[in-house]
Design a protein around this ligand. Sequence first.
Ligand SMILES: Nc1ncnc2c1ncn2[C@@H]1O[C@H](COP(=O)(O)OP(=O)(O)OP(=O)(O)O)[C@@H](O)[C@H]1O
Ligand SMILES: [Mg+2]
Length: 461
Amino acid sequence: MAKSRILVIDDEAAIRDSLKMTLEYEGYEFVGAATGQEGLVLVEREAPDLVLLDVKMPGMDGIEVLERLRAMNDAIPVVVVSGHGTISTAVEATKKGAFDFIEKPFASERVLVSLRNALAQRQLHDENRSLKKAVEVRHQMVGDSSALRNVMAAVGRAAPTNATVLIQGESGVGKELVARTIHRNSLRSRERFVQVNCAAIPEELIESELFGHEKGSFTGATEKQVGKFEQADRGTIFLDEVGDMSHKTQAKVLRVLQEGEVERLGSARTIKVDVRVIAATNKNLEEEIEKGHFREDLYFRLAVIPIHVPPLRERPDDVPLLVRHYMDGFSRENNMRPKRITQAALDALQRHRWKGNIRELCNTVERMIIMTGGDTIDVPDLPSAVRVPGGAAGVKAGGDGAEVKGGTLREFKDHAERAYLVAKLRENGWNISKTAEVIDTPRSNLYKKLEQYQISQETDG
Ligand SMILES: Nc1ncnc2c1ncn2[C@@H]1O[C@H](COP(=O)(O)OP(=O)(O)OP(=O)(O)O)[C@@H](O)[C@H]1O
Ligand SMILES: [Mg+2]
């Protein structure tokens, strides 16, 4: 089994040194911090299994560290140590979620017993939660930037109402996640969340998708079909990529919003539907209106509550939390011990422009986890586009096999393979798992190819 990593936060160097000796002798991995601030940074970066925390420290004291730590992470067990072990401090620490309280001066045996108990409990706790978490985590909105907090506040206000919400933002910023979060926190959460990708459905089929059709209403309509609006009755319909609807469809959707009823193609009967509409687009709808591509009246109907999700580069504070989130997630998924990441690597990730936003970051972290052999991710483990400030260190993704002049068969094959992969990735919105599935290759192999050919969403286009 992997060594448990213990973070000791104590301002006294002598105590840190003696604990380091004891812990390492017992087969633990030791990480030390001399201040509360440093400790909190290390919690994020080193992903310790347990924290041993001194109460009385200059600057941020242990109780405050405990509070902040709990706000960041409620799973790490914390054992509080104090030379001023009054009952009240112990009680306060326990209330704030400390696992145990030890008085200084302490015998190392006492510390070890407490650590073992806390770690054992942590393990049970982890096992219990991992199933539940696997489901929840996928829908969790991670981040603590003020920009994201504004988004979450808007989500909180919008959720319990029936108001139509329009979510705008670049590709990969989390629009779908926002839509699902609104539904999950709404009074309709027990009913369906029906998603329609307006950009993916061919023009001639979209109306029958949305509104349904009767058998025989058009050539090819061999069976009757219930439309998405009807399917979403009493629940939520998510009109994704709403900026890509044709004028004709826009007019029909507007009618549903106004009348609250739909008509199946080939039927004169109208059906009342009670549907909450959430729409999303990565286009700038105001501009689309200017250009005459989008109906202004529909825009106003949709944008009762507008939510703008800012691109990741405008909220770099979220990067470390997201990196940690995905590192833990992928490690769990692959049954690997959580890796750590150096500050320099985190800095580089924070500086990166993230053209593909959170989706690109998620792909990058997964690739790092799979490709890094060791326990620590450092700058050389980052994809070159991230490593080199300003990005775009990789070869441009464009071009196809036809451009190859001369060269060896090998070069031609590589070129063709690269072009194929880029095309498939684009087709699948740079979703690595999906692309790997579509082209029937393991994700790890796809990552190796991306590395080999220096392909990333950042270098594409
Ligand atoms: N704040 C966040 N915390 C954790 N994961 C996030 C966050 N925001 C987005 N994600 C994840 O990033 C990925 C992309 O998000 P999502 O699909 O919601 O983006 P989108 O804006 O709908 O993108 P597109 O315009 O390409 O459809 C998803 O896997 C999503 O779970
Ligand atoms: Mg989306």
